[in-house]
Design a binder for this molecule. Structure first.
Ligand SMILES: Cc1cc2nc3c(=O)[nH]c(=O)nc-3n(C[C@H](O)[C@H](O)[C@H](O)COP(=O)(O)OP(=O)(O)OC[C@H]3O[C@@H](n4cnc5c(N)ncnc54)[C@H](O)[C@@H]3O)c2cc1C
Length: 557
């Protein structure tokens, strides 16, 4: 088939771009190194959290949000400080994206049949400063069907376009080179990989059976980030985050390998903000791994106590669900703990039951399957921890449970090479925190935060345990969770203009070349700046993939 446009990557951004093209009658070659089972890329595995501003869901829960407030939060989080250079397009993308999230986004999602849960989560509560990082209000809307539901319509459109003869799937085709003619992108070259019927997400072989070359008038690169390539993560790890851990768990499938970034650079494309990345500090080893080193991120409520490897409570704002990179920075730059790769949550059974959620579509099978009855049974009426959380309590290598603190600490010490934790020290800190619980006000910032959270209806009903003493036996048993750094998102990448045109070294667009999704820093080469507000990655793929598809369709008209 002769393609008008080649799309390199069949993740969410690529599928959205392909839909924009085929719905305008363009012929698309959709090329991916993985097999057909992996259609949809990371988005299929994602939790489906979507950042929206001033939505009906927020309003129903009494949240007063606005474009002004969201833009203030975005700027405080992003901290754009390369405005004349690497952030020059990122900041424009940021403004356009926040306007999209406060305006057209919800209707556009609805138009594709994507519905939202009535609850709105409060992710990245921030660094405790009005002009600093974080969401002033809850904005994390979960798609009905999780990320699997977000990607589903675009998979359906692609399959229909293939039946209509407008789209050709080229699975197991790995692009190794962008072909440029007189400075214009005119095709790709690569390797045909051996057939491999590995199930979705499982690392497939890289054995080659041939080569290929495809011509087209334009090429879109939506090839994802670098989260599975720990060597690449380490290479770009910024000094401000200290030293990278010797061992990390991996929050993305192996195909999130970042190769296309270097391939694009070799074609003259400008890569920016590569030192910006988004890794989580609440990763646990998956007891039932799909991809190599598979880690799951705990989406914590605000009540667990957080301790470093030596058993000292983390300082504010290193609180669960507040400031992801602030916590990472603390763990990696504090001299006497930077040599250890882990930290700890200590909590009660009451907290785990109400507050623990796990990120990922497969960890939320009720929402992913759009099974209303199961959601009601397990999350609203059910007693005890949700099934997937209970499975980690029972089988997760990083979870220990005990009736007394001394016993718990002994078990926690059993999970490290040397016994680093002292039960007396931990008891003193937990007791001091517990003494703050009896009054409706307190001097402890975390306890204040719990009470603040419970003034929001969504948190009180579904997400934040009633304040109680962690050492109260009635709230027990006690739980300890060993936390690892989990690699996930790449915040920088290919610099693009607002039409998702890839820019060259001189800052002007490379004719016929576009980039979208994570490889483009979710737009502009880093729409998030230094910090994300969460739920902004899927949306960034939708928004930048749409822009790329529309612009490429116009170019090839
Ligand atoms: C478990 C999990 C939970 C998440 N939860 C959320 C959430 O709640 N909210 C949110 O906003 N975001 C979330 N994310 C992040 C979000 O899912 C991703 O950032 C987004 O889906 C990336 O999409 P993409 O299209 O840019 O890239 P990808 O999905 O990575 O797709 C890129 C595709 O390109 C292919 N490719 C790469 N290189 C080549 C090459 N050289 N040749 C051919 N093909 C190539 C890959 O095989 C892949 O199929 C989550 C991610 C994970 C893994």
């Amino acid at each position: 088939m002769d393609a008008d446009v080649i799309v390199v990557g069949a993740g969410l951004a690529g599928l959205v771009a392909a839909h924009e093209l085929t719905s305008r009658g363009r012929r698309v070659a959709l090329v991916d190194q993985e097999n057909a089972a992996n259609l949809g890329g990371q988005a299929f595995w994602s939790f489906g959290g979507l950042f929206l501003v001033d939505s009906p869901e927020q309003r129903r829960l009494g949240v007063k949000d606005s474009l002004d407030l969201a833009w203030n939060d975005w700027q405080g989080s992003a901290g754009f400080d390369r405005l004349d250079d690497e952030d020059s397009w990122a900041v424009r993308w940021a403004r356009a994206y926040v306007e999209f999230a406060a305006g057209e986004k919800r209707v556009w999602l609805e138009g594709h049949g994507i519905k939202l849960l009535p609850t709105v989560g409060w992710a990245e509560r921030g660094d405790l400063r009005a002009d600093g990082h974080g969401n002033s209000v809850p904005r994390f809307h979960i798609a009905w069907g999780t990320g699997t539901g977000v990607v589903e319509p675009f998979v359906r459109y692609a399959r229909q376009a293939a039946r209509d003869g407008l789209l050709t799937f080229l699975h197991r085709h790995r692009v190794d080179e962008l072909v440029l003619e007189q400075g214009a992108a005119r095709g790709v070259r690569g390797t045909v990989l051996a057939p491999d019927d590995a199930p979705r997400g499982v690392a497939a072989s890289r054995g080659a059976v041939g080569t290929f070359e495809l011509p087209a008038q334009a090429v879109i690169v939506p090839s994802g980030g670098t989260g599975a390539a720990h060597d690449v993560v380490r290479r770009h790890w910024p000094a401000r985050l200290g030293t990278p851990p010797a061992r990390m768990v991996t929050g993305v499938p192996a195909y999130v390998d970042g190769r296309m970034l270097d391939i694009s650079a070799r074609a003259g494309v400008r890569l920016v903000n590569r030192d910006r990345m988004w890794h989580y500090t609440e990763g646990v080893r998956n007891w039932d791994p799909v991809w190599p080193g598979h880690g799951i991120r705990i989406l914590p409520g605000p009540s667990s106590m957080w301790f470093d490897a030596l058993g000292r409570r983390l300082p504010d704002p290193c609180l669960p669900g507040y400031d992801t990179l602030g916590t990472l920075r603390h763990l990696r730059t504090t001299e006497d703990i930077a040599g250890y790769d882990h930290s700890w949550f200590v909590l009660s059974r009451r907290i785990v039951e109400k507050e623990f959620a796990l990120s990922g579509s497969e960890q939320n099978p009720d929402i992913t399957a759009k099974d209303r009855r199961a959601v009601l049974r397990d999350r609203v009426l059910g007693k005890g921890a949700p099934g997937p959380v209970q499975a980690f309590l029972d089988r997760g290598a990083d979870f220990v449970v005990a009736d007394t603190l001394e016993w718990l600490v002994e078990k926690m010490n059993g999970l490290t090479d040397e016994p680093l934790l002292d039960a007396d020290l931990m008891r003193r800190q937990i007791r001091a925190r517990d003494l703050q619980i009896d009054n409706p006000y307190a001097k402890d910032a975390q306890v204040q935060g719990i009470r603040n959270a419970r003034r929001y209806l969504g948190d009180r009903l579904g997400r934040v345990a009633a304040p109680h003493r962690i050492l109260d036996p009635a709230a027990g048993p006690l739980i300890g969770v060993k936390l690892h750094v989990l690699t996930r998102k790449t915040l920088g990448g290919i610099q693009t203009d607002l039409d998702s045109r890839a820019l060259g070294a001189d800052g002007t667009p490379v004719d016929g070349l576009y980039a979208a999704g994570e490889v483009a820093g979710f737009g502009g080469g880093g729409v998030h700046g230094y910090n994300a507000l969460e739920g902004t990655f899927l949306g960034g793929c939708l928004f930048s993939g749409r822009a790329a598809g529309r612009a490429a369709a116009q170019q090839t008209a």
